[in-house]
Design a protein around this ligand. Structure first.
Ligand SMILES: [Zn+2]
Length: 348
């Protein structure tokens, strides 16, 4: 899930107007590196601009580089004079501090931002982060249960029996999955359980479940597998500088979902209904339908994990096809070919 970005909020000063606008556009188009490049030129000529420093913070947050974001949060904070500026920088700081594991500071920023009259957009974004990170008052009556590796948040109306079942199965899933990845998570996973079976959640304005691994946060429906979202969190933290692809990342979610089903059988069914090139799905998987990508990627990850666990662990950190070519010493195409042959074959 991508962060949403509200725009059209800055009253840009006329000085370096077009470059600031370009920097803003780059962030909007999710090109934080390009934004930083433009920003570096701007800082040379206009180091004390609130907008430029604020946009730096935003670009680094987009990269999940919270240490660098913090430098610019501080700078922009010192340069902020108007309420709308103070509001924006407080809102931006919430994710920075949360990402750094400084949850109390994030809460503090959130509360401060609530007490400032910002713009309509800054207030919308404040609401969004509050709900995503569990800071909003809608959670006041949710039940919190801690286990060794997870902090559960249960919406009202979920029975004690279900709570017991969910907490024990998910804690179990965590241990199973992390015995494979051996990751160090910076905090417990905040595991939100919404009392709903359907996909769409109107508070978050998106479908459940999903995970924001950089914050160790998952939002879940009642009827989800035990391990899928937990696997996203754990696999991310094997190496926080990971490079993920949808194909391998979702394959990890599916393979480690803890369902006792036959992954290969499901993959065959999906593949035989609509045959698709594995390499293509890997390289251009963003548009491929879930009903096809999930089962096939799950079986493919199972296959690779069984062929060579160490190599697969390396792949989990940089999931691109190009990296697989290196890890598997030029043999990845051969492996894909073999796997595809299996998918085509009706007898096992
Ligand atoms: Zn997933």
């Amino acid at each position: 899930m991508k962060k949403i970005i509200f725009f059209g909020f800055l009253i840009l000063s006329t000085f370096c107007f077009s470059q600031k606008k370009e920097m803003m556009e780059a962030i909007k188009n999710r090109q934080p590196d390009k934004a930083l490049e433009i920003g570096n030129k701007l800082l040379g000529t206009d180091p004390n601009s609130f907008e430029t420093n604020f946009l730096f913070a935003k670009a680094y947050n987009e990269k999940n580089d919270f240490n660098n974001a913090l430098i610019f949060i501080d700078k922009a904070n010192k340069l902020s004079k108007e309420n709308w500026q103070k509001s924006w920088i407080l809102v931006e700081g919430i994710q920075t501090f949360f990402g750094l594991g400084k949850i109390d500071e994030a809460k503090h920023k959130y509360q401060n931002a609530k007490n400032i009259e910002g713009t309509k957009n800054s207030q919308n974004e404040l609401k969004y982060w509050g709900i995503l990170l569990g800071l909003d008052e809608i959670y006041n009556d949710w039940k919190v249960v801690e286990t060794k590796n997870l902090t559960f948040h249960f919406q009202n109306g979920i029975s004690e029996e279900e709570i017991k079942n969910i907490t024990s199965t998910r804690q179990n899933a965590f241990e199973q999955i992390n015995s494979f990845f051996n990751s160090n998570l910076p905090k417990k996973i905040d595991f939100f359980v919404w009392n709903q079976q359907g996909n769409f959640n109107s508070y978050l304005n998106k479908n459940l479940g999903f995970t924001k691994s950089e914050f160790c946060i998952s939002h879940n429906r009642m009827n989800q597998s035990e391990g899928h979202e937990i696997a996203h969190n754990i696999s991310y933290w094997r190496n926080a500088k990971n490079q993920r692809t949808r194909f391998i990342n979702e394959g990890i979610g599916v393979y480690f979902d803890q369902n006792k089903n036959d992954k290969l059988k499901l993959a065959k069914e999906a593949y035989q209904l609509s045959p698709i090139s594995i390499k293509k799905m890997w390289q251009e998987g963003n548009e491929v339908d879930e009903s096809l990508l999930y089962p096939i990627s799950g079986a493919f990850v199972e296959y690779l994990a069984k062929v060579d666990k160490d190599k697969f662990l390396q792949l989990s950190e940089n999931q691109t096809y190009e990296n697989a070519k290196k890890i598997y010493n030029g043999k990845i195409d051969k492996l894909i070919e073999e796997f595809t042959k299996t998918l085509k074959n009706n007898s096992r």
